[in-house]
Design a protein around this ligand. Structure first.
Ligand code: SAJ
Length: 417
């Protein structure tokens, strides 16, 4: 069996490598030539534990190869981004391009699986785009288990946590949402070849909403913690101690406040629910707004630190520790740390030192001159203000005496907890 994975990013590449490690022939497809070339050399272009070894082994063993255009296969898995447009509506253009590209090589008997986060109805839209290209093939009809279509279509949302993808791909339960039950059963057979946990069958619409609900649940819970951090700041209470104590109640489990919520999922998916049910999704929308307001609160804290020193901002250096959206990864998508650092670089400091151990070059978003990507030691030597934005392992292990005589803003509570 040949499995083709469209999109070799944070989800597609680990999925391709895990499937290939189980002895399946996997062809990864990505429009980026650099990504394709590096995978074919057995290398990876993202930071994800254990992935490098898996890719190297499977490429060397001829189980995994990468190409820029889809080839014929038995199964196609789509793992492309589904970002938001400026008006908070879902942008399905990547799914559309993938559907059209797959359609050109589709054959009777193929199974097409959507893994990308999808707004309600996204799976059926993907199917429509393939149908437009291939009127010669028949596609399933939602809920019609009697009709035998040429192509099977299923929605199987990924649920893995960046930083633990290789383990979670195999170990956590999976939802298999078919356009029909028969479609779901086809996908179930495939997922059971590599997943040790349960694969639960449902329809594609329920599976789509389940994925969105899981991430909205987390967003709402993080918003509760972030709101507490604002309340505690006003009331002069240590929020980290407060949460630690409240969590000693057997039925309370408050998450951790931070500089905001990042990543391509939790900061995005709740808007898909708001888009589908704008009048009903009041709590979900408010949680998004609370989490999105956190970077402004941190920027105000930085302004207060400047005032506390009492010098002109152009005489002061600032160090921003971390750019990624969460610890020990290189993923900067929707990262509040990135947007805070960018705003800091525009504030007029003598120099903004950026410390991000997981990247090699300063991202394009920064266009100020007085900015430097550097090591923690160098940044701390010169900084008057230190802003901890991501709880990367090296920052947790840092010698705290290096912070003495500096204004410190610890947005993750790793030093002042
Ligand atoms: N965060 C906090 N406080 C917390 C926990 C997280 O501020 O207590 C922040 C993080 O710093 C980060 C953001 O939230 O900026 C999201 O991080 P995360 O670790 O909660 O989640 P992601 O985005 O890495 O992965 C989520 C996961 N979803 C759930 O836990 C419900 C993962 O299982 C999904 O597969 C992934 O989204 C996805 O791709 O949808």
């Amino acid at each position: 069996m040949i499995v083709s994975i469209i999109g070799l990013g944070y989800i597609g590449l680990p999925t391709a490598a895990v499937l290939a490690s189980k002895g399946l022939n996997v062809v990864g497809v990505d429009v980026n030539q650099h990504v394709v070339d590096s995978i074919n050399q057995g290398k990876i272009h993202i930071v994800e534990p254990e992935l490098d070894i898996l890719v190297q082994k499977t490429v060397q063993g001829n189980y995994l190869k990468a190409v820029t255009k889809p080839e014929k296969a038995d199964v196609f898995m789509v793992a492309v981004p589904t970002p938001l447009k400026d008006n908070y509506e879902p942008d399905l253009s990547y799914i559309k391009s993938a559907a059209k590209a797959i359609a050109s090589v589709l054959e009777r008997g193929n199974l097409v699986i959507l893994e990308s986060t999808s707004p309600m109805g996204g799976t059926e839209k993907m199917m429509e785009w393939m149908r437009e290209e291939r009127p010669d093939l028949s596609f399933p009809k939602f809920g019609d288990d009697k009709f035998r279509a040429d192509i099977a279509v299923t929605y199987c949302p990924e649920r893995v946590l960046p930083g633990q993808v290789v383990r979670e791909l195999v170990e956590i339960d999976r939802i298999i949402g078919g356009v029909t039950t028969q479609c779901a059963q086809r996908a179930h057979e495939l997922y059971k070849t590599f997943i040790k946990a349960d694969c639960m069958i449902t329809d594609c619409r329920t599976a789509e909403l389940s994925k969105l609900v899981e991430n909205s649940f987390r967003d709402v819970n993080i918003a509760f913690a972030n709101e507490l951090s604002l309340i505690c700041d006003k009331l002069d209470v240590n929020v980290w101690e407060l949460i630690k104590l409240a969590n000693r109640h057997p039925r309370v489990n408050i998450l951790q406040p931070g500089p905001g919520v990042g990543g391509h999922c939790i900061a995005v998916d709740p808007w898909f629910i708001v888009d589908s049910a704008p009048d009903e999704a009041k709590l979900i929308r408010t949680a998004r707004l609370v989490n999105d307001s956190k970077p402004i609160f941190i920027l105000n804290k930085i302004n207060q630190a400047v005032q506390a020193i009492g010098k002109d901002i152009s005489e002061l250096n600032i160090a921003c520790l971390g750019l990624a959206f969460k610890p020990d990864i290189d993923d900067l998508r929707e990262s509040p740390a990135l947007s805070i650092s960018n705003n800091v670089s525009l504030m007029g400091f003598k120099c903004t030192f950026i410390v991000e151990p997981n990247i090699k070059a300063i991202p394009d978003i920064f266009n100020e001159k007085n900015i430097s990507l550097t090591t923690m030691d160098k940044a701390l030597k010169k900084a008057d203000i230190v802003v901890l934005l991501v709880d990367h392992a090296p920052f947790k292990l840092m010698d705290l005496s290096l912070l003495s005589n500096k204004q410190v803003i610890d947005t993750r509570g790793i030093w002042n907890r």
